[in-house]
Unconditional design. Sequence first.
Length: 176
Amino acid sequence: MKNNNEYKIAIFGAFASIIFTAIYDFIKAKPILSTFWNLLKWIWNHIFEFQLKIWQILIFFITIWIIKSIIKVFKKPNENLTTQNDADWLNYTEDNINGLNWRWKWIKNVLTHKWNIEDLTIACNKCGTSMHLDDSYVYGKTAECPRCENRIRDYKDLVKIEAIIIDNVKRDMYKK
Ligand SMILES: [Zn+2]
């Protein structure tokens, strides 16, 4: 995971700078031979310079990562045109499954970029109107047509219908 690594580097960088500062303070407080002191100063200056560069790179990567994340969040569901044009299964929004006409919409999740089935319902077998589905503990599964009052009982579980639709797409079985 690239993002995770960037995060780890940032933590490591923070720790490293704390440790180097501690060493620097320790060196300053102790009387040491001037040559040795100069050598340490030379190392410190070079390490410090290196640290600065790492921080600049880190800030650069973190800024890019933040911008990328913001763009991802605000991306509209249908913005990805290649998916839109290539994926003809997006037009697959109706099918007869287990003797009933099912109807649904494909909605892209803005965070995961995955397409989800939404508004899954049964089309009335008498007038074609989208039915109102109700799953109650007492009455069981009932689909009711708002137009002609037609009722359908004991339709297949919505989770199973979704699984069948997704399987049809994955195995190209939706193409008639
Ligand atoms: Zn109806």
